[in-house]
Ligand binder design. Structure first.
Ligand code: URA
Length: 430
């Protein structure tokens, strides 16, 4: 086969065969197909889409590019949560240990920041020494001992997603339904899951800007889940404003720990419980969402979830002591104050995400270094009252120049109305 012929076939809107997709992905992994050819195929898929059978073949080829976990011998429910990407989303750090505190196995494979959205791996790597590149055998035994863990794709685990993910990030090919679905589901199939809950973000800070687009993505994800034997539930959550009080790198891990201590902000706790209860019900541990949420709150308040989190951090070599919030002092800080009296009527969440990238929480080019101390605290959200001089955002990092650029971007990310504006509903529709 010839790479250019496969690219042309997709470019012209024809359906690729399973053999062609598999041959192309194998060529990418063996470095026989170069980045320009991969980018070109991704752009053709972006414009032309993929049929169900093409998407399933792409998922299968991506899974086959690496090894697949099988934790069935542990005789426990194996499950995970995955989000389509947003701003301030630190739910993985809460749900992995929380579910694991109920004896559910959570072998999470996550990614780095994509475009303006934050990456689970980038955030957790803000913990000094925390290892996200763990080989297949070692990760299997850590999961057996602890019950949960978070790693990134590697040359052994989902290598095709590792490659496609990084090229998509740099080539404007992220918001494509088949590419998002195959990226997510190849990781989930490789984890050897029985159950999955998808947090599909909707709104101006999500890849899916409308509920219609989000529903169509949900349908595709569920179909793939069914084809690969993973029970898949979906929650649509609002990304028309950031989630929680913080967005950034280390500050998000610290906010997640607050949540694991039973002191998390309302929206973060609400969404964690909603997503968690889907898995608790899938596992057969509970029949009723309210009962499962009450039990999860108990494990947040009695330290059982926090204990699992600490075990997971230690198992992956992370420095626990560095996580005490009183040891977290960023070098520079700027406060953005309100210039008007009124109510916050909207937030431009995608622009907030790009300002975070500018501050050092994400990459503009692959070799960019991240600034673990960077982040934003949101003192006000949509519907909140503000008066002139009230602090709306507090931004911090270790580079004054970048912080000033972010400041000018952030000034344009919220609007104020004299009319009372309703608060945003977090869970749009399940
Ligand atoms: N999360 C992923 O793992 N992949 C995507 O493409 C988007 C969100």
């Amino acid at each position: 086969m010839i790479p250019a012929e496969i690219i042309e076939k997709k470019r012209d809107g024809y359906e690729l065969t399973a053999q062609e997709i598999n041959w192309f992905i194998e060529g990418v992994i063996k470095n026989k197909i170069d980045d320009s050819q991969l980018s070109s195929l991704l752009m053709s898929i972006y414009f032309r889409g993929m049929s169900d059978s093409e998407t399933n073949s792409l998922v299968q080829s991506m899974v086959d590019s690496g090894k697949q976990f099988d934790f069935n011998y542990l005789d426990k429910f194996v499950a995970d949560k995955h989000s389509t990407g947003g701003i301030g989303d630190k739910i993985s750090f809460i749900l992995a240990p929380l579910l694991s505190s109920f004896n559910i196995i959570v072998p999470m494979i996550a990614g780095r920041g994509l475009a303006y959205t934050g990456g689970t791996i980038d955030k957790i790597e803000s913990i000094p020494n925390f290892q996200t590149h763990i080989n297949f055998k070692d990760f299997s035994s850590k999961i057996e001992n602890v019950g949960c863990g978070i790693i990134s794709q590697s040359s052994e685990i989902c290598p095709a997603d590792k490659k496609l993910y990084s090229i998509r990030d740099l080539t404007g090919t992220i918001p494509s339904t088949p590419l998002i679905c195959s990226s997510i589901m190849s990781k989930k199939v490789a984890e050897g899951l029985n159950g999955l809950v998808m947090d599909i973000k909707v709104g101006n800070g999500a890849f899916m800007k409308t509920l219609k687009e989000a529903r169509s993505l949900a349908n595709e994800l569920k179909k793939i889940g069914q084809a690969f034997g993973i029970r898949t539930d979906v929650i649509f959550s609002n990304m028309a404003q950031p989630l929680g009080d913080y967005a950034g790198l280390k500050c998000e891990v610290i906010e997640a720990i607050d949540c694991l201590k039973g002191k998390g902000p309302e929206d973060l706790v609400e969404l964690s419980l909603e997503l968690g209860s889907k898995i608790m019900i899938q596992s057969g541990l509970f029949k009723n969402p309210d009962e499962s949420k009450a039990k999860m709150i108990e494990h947040l308040n009695n330290g059982k979830a926090l204990d699992k989190f600490e075990k997971m951090i230690l198992a992956q070599n992370g420095d626990l002591k560095s996580l005490h919030s009183d040891s977290y002092i960023p070098k520079y800080e700027i406060i953005i104050e309100s210039q008007e009296n009124g109510y916050i009527s909207s937030m431009d969440t995608e622009k907030i995400g790009w300002a975070l990238v500018e501050m050092g929480c994400g990459r503009k080019v692959a070799k960019d270094l991240l600034d673990n101390s960077a982040g934003i605290k949101f003192n006000r959200k949509v519907g909140d009252r503000v008066n002139v001089g009230d602090p709306v955002y507090e931004l911090f990092n270790s580079n004054a120049k970048k912080l000033n650029i972010a400041r000018s971007l952030l000034l344009k990310t919220f609007t104020i109305s004299s009319e009372k504006t309703p608060k945003q509903k977090l869970i749009i529709n399940t």
